[in-house]
Structure formats: C-alpha cells, structure tokens
Design a protein around this ligand. Structure first.
Ligand code: PLP
Length: 260
C-alpha cells in the first residue's frame, strides 16, 4: 500500500524549495504527496521578493479537510510564516498525536529574507517543537531556537541538539552544513543518545531547497515505516543524489535547485 504524506509549507514558484520541492520529493520516494499552503512567496533562484501568508483559519481549514477524509501517514512542516499560523497548525496536530511529524524550522532564506516572523520563534518552540517526531534545524536555526550563538564545533552541535531535544520533540537532527571545513556532519539527539551522520561537503551551488528536500524525504521514509536513523540515512542519500543530478539543470542564475 502506498503511504500518504502531507506537507504544511510555503510555495516557491521557482520550483526549488517549499511545497514544490516537497511534492517532487514525495513522488521520487514513492509516497502519495499532499500539500497545505501556509504562504505564497514571490521568488526565484536569486532570492525572495515577497511573502503573502494565508489567513491562519484557512490553513486550519485545509488541514481539517484532509484529516476528515484521508489517512495521513506522516506530516512534514516547513515554512509557517507567523505566530498565528504556527498556533493554528499546533491546535490541529495536538489532537492527532498518532501521526509522525517532521518539523523543519524554516526561518531565513539563503538570500537573507525572513520566512518566519521574529515573534513566531517562541510559538514554534513552545507549541510545535513538542509535537515533533524529529526537528531538523540547520546551525543558524538551532541557534535562533536556543537564543544562542551558532555552533562552531561538533561539541556545540551535540550539546545544542540535546538541549533542543529536552524541549519536547522525540528527536532533533542538527545539520552541520554551515560548519567550517570539508566535512558536513549532522547529529541526531534522541533520549540522551547522540548519533553522527558523516558526509563530505558537496561542491555545488545548487543548494536551494536542500533543507525542504531532506525533511520531506525523512517524512516519506518514516511514513513507509523506517526507524528514524534509517529514515535519515536514506533521506541523506537521496538528497546527495538529487544534488549530484542538479548538474544537468539550467535554472536561473542564483542558488540553483536540486533535481529530483
Ligand atoms: N521558500 C520557501 C517557501 C521555503 O520553504 C524555503 C525553505 O525552506 C525557502 C524558500 C528557502 O530555501 P533556501 O534557503 O534553501 O534557498
């Protein structure tokens, strides 16, 4: 039976990030993809020029329509834009604790545009983090969630992952792509146990939407029943192949997308 996975996220009309990346990932990973929109963005590979959030009640209405009719095997949460949308999403998912949730705490686009209002970080931490099966911050996002400086070493990463895990999610994957050096390690903290995923830094400028792709691939593998560490390893493998395949693309002049 094919599994059903729901993305609750923002739109990237250029097709590289957001729900467009999520749906491509779901198809490539062999699950049925669904998408609740939280915000429209105007953007291309050079950056984000506008953000237009969906009214929070209508985000709730979209999610309710799906849960009223369709079995949901996993949820991925991406851009949630503001505190009111974060609360609306949390209100519904708090009543569906049976569904695994992958939370990608999207905050700032690579070009610097804010994808989450500053006052929404605390709502995200207080209301959405505790509902997550796994949270997938990069180094700037982990630092912002903890109101700390960005991790500069593996020790910092592991400590921040453990502190974030103590705030309620079942697990936290801190992604080390922003670390200095040739390596790009990720660390998973869950129930006091820390697991490292080693990877060499991929020499590419096609990095747009890599976070969206990874969290969606993790959600797809969890929906298929893989335990979390295996789901992460499989998702990282998929992302590396999608980054490698991006060499064939000719899409824009900025940070290009990956190819699914
Ligand atoms: N736009 C949307 C709708 C997103 O969800 C994201 C990231 O999650 C981005 C843009 C940012 O993409 P990136 O920082 O990978 O370029």
């Amino acid at each position: 039976m094919i599994r059903n996975v729901l993305s609750i996220a923002g739109s990237d009309p250029s097709g590289g990030a957001g729900i467009q990346a999520d749906l491509k990932t779901f198809s490539a990973r062999g699950v049925y993809g669904m998408a609740v929109l939280t915000a429209l963005t105007a953007q291309n590979t050079r950056g984000v020029s506008g953000v237009h959030p969906v009214p929070p009640q209508f985000v709730a209405d979209q999610i309710a329509a799906i849960f009223a009719d369709i079995r949901v095997d996993a949820v991925k949460i991406g851009m949630i834009a503001n505190a009111e949308i974060a609360s609306a999403v949390a209100d519904i998912l708090a009543r569906r604790r049976d569904v695994p949730v992958v939370l990608d705490p999207v905050m700032i686009a690579k070009g610097g545009a804010a994808l989450l209002a500053a006052d929404a970080v605390d709502v995200l931490t207080r209301r959405l983090l505790p509902l997550a099966t796994v949270v997938t911050p990069n180094l700037p996002e982990a630092a912002a969630l903890l109101h700390e400086a960005e991790a500069a070493s593996r020790d910092d990463m592991a400590r921040q992952a453990n502190v974030l895990a103590s705030l309620g999610p079942a697990a936290v994957l801190v992604k080390g792509g922003h670390l200095e050096g040739d390596e790009s390690p990720d660390v998973l903290a869950s129930a006091g146990i820390v697991t490292w995923f080693e990877a060499d830094r991929l020499p590419t400028k096609n990095t747009h939407g890599t976070g969206c792709t990874l969290s969606s691939a993790i959600a797809a593998e969890i929906a298929k029943g893989l335990p979390l560490p295996k789901a992460i390893a499989s998702a990282k493998n998929y992302l590396a192949r999608a980054v490698a395949a991006a060499g064939e693309l000719s899409v824009g002049s900025g940070h290009g997308p990956v190819q699914h």
